[in-house]
Structures are given as C-alpha cells and as structure tokens.
Design a protein around this ligand. Structure first.
Ligand code: IMP
Ligand code: MG
Length: 174
C-alpha cells in the first residue's frame, strides 16, 4: 500500500508464469534454427525478458537498450531518445524486441526504426502487456501476453515512481 492506495491484482504470479511459458514455447518453435537476438528494453522489461528467454529452448543472444521519452515519465511523448544502444552486430540476424508494455507505441516504433538501420534479417515485437486503446501510432506487437484496458499497471518490471519493478505480480491501484 502506498499513499493509502489499495492494490488490485490483475495477474497473479502463477498466472504470469503460465502465460510466459506459453509465449516462450511458441517463440522457441518459431525461431528454431534462426540466428536470434533478443533486444530487451530497459528498465521495464528486465523481469519479463529473464522469464521469457528461460522458456525458450533455443540458442539466442540477449542485448539491452535503454530509451527515455521526454516530458512526463509515465506517459511517452513522441520524442523518444536512445540512451544506450545495443552492442551486438545484428546484421542479417533475426531480432525480437521485448518490452514490458506497449502504450502509445512511440517507444517501440522508435526502436524499430533505429534497429532497421543495422540491417537485421527481421524484426518482431513481443510485449507482456498491450494497451491498444492508447495507441497513437499504427503498430501491433507480434506476440502479446495480455491485452489490457487503459489502466495504469505496476509490478513485473513496471514501475510506480522508483519502486515496484520487483513485485512478482501485475497490479493496478484502486
Ligand atoms: P509507449 O512509448 O507509449 O508505448 O510507452 C511505453 C513505455 O511507457 C513502457 O515501456 C513503460 O515504461 C511506460 N508505460 C506505459 N504504460 C505504463 C503503465 O501502465 N505502467 C507503467 N509504465 C507504463
Ligand atoms: Mg519501459
């Protein structure tokens, strides 16, 4: 509890584990025999990436990118900056961008455009949560854990202020 706000759990730890297991198996099948680089967007996706990649029974590379959008930190503006780039060479490889949540779509589109310049063979997107009603750019992720309505989400990598990224379940404040 924070600021007298009560937590409402949307997805329990065990529920998440099952869903991430399904996604990981599907990805493992689809990327079998490919030269896969998982690009995890920090900070939000560190928990999801760790769980997801461990459900993928194939060789893969993991790299990280940090982005930031100017203005209000909870709401992405169109101006997404890349604070830290990947270090791997992705030319000719298959890239899977992993993020915690897709909201307006600005972050993912900026990252796709940036990675395209490095000439990968393919780029696909996997997010744990999708808020399609909030989209400002036409982009649909290829793999989605759960589609959710327009509510502010916390836990499982997602922050409220500086905290809650380590909360093992997904919740909202009532
Ligand atoms: P987008 O660029 O608007 O798609 O926003 C993506 C980023 O905004 C995510 O990676 C999160 O860091 C943040 N974000 C969007 N919605 C939420 C939320 O409900 N809770 C916490 N962070 C969020
Ligand atoms: Mg984020």
């Amino acid at each position: 509890m924070i600021d007298n706000k009560k937590e409402k759990v949307l997805y329990e730890r065990e529920t998440i584990k099952k869903r991430v297991g399904e996604l990981g198996k599907e990805l493992g099948k689809n990327y079998k025999g490919k030269d896969l680089v998982v690009v995890s967007l920090l900070k939000g996706s560190f928990v999801f990436t760790a769980d997801l990649t461990r459900e993928m029974d194939i060789p893969l590379e993991v790299d990280f990118m940090t982005t930031a959008s100017y203005g209000n930190s909870e709401i992405s503006s169109g101006d997404v900056k890349i604070l830290q780039d990947i270090r791997s060479d992705i030319e000719g490889k298959d890239v899977l961008i992993v993020d915690d949540i897709i909201d307006t779509g600005h972050t993912i589109v900026r990252v796709i455009d940036h990675l395209k310049e490095k000439k990968p063979n393919s780029i696909k997107v996997c997010v744990m949560l999708d808020k399609p009603s909030r989209r400002q750019i036409d982009i649909s992720p290829d793999y989605v854990g759960y589609e959710i309505p327009d509510v502010f989400i916390v836990g499982y990598g997602l922050n409220y202020g500086k905290y809650y990224r380590n909360t093992p379940y997904i919740f909202t404040f009532e």
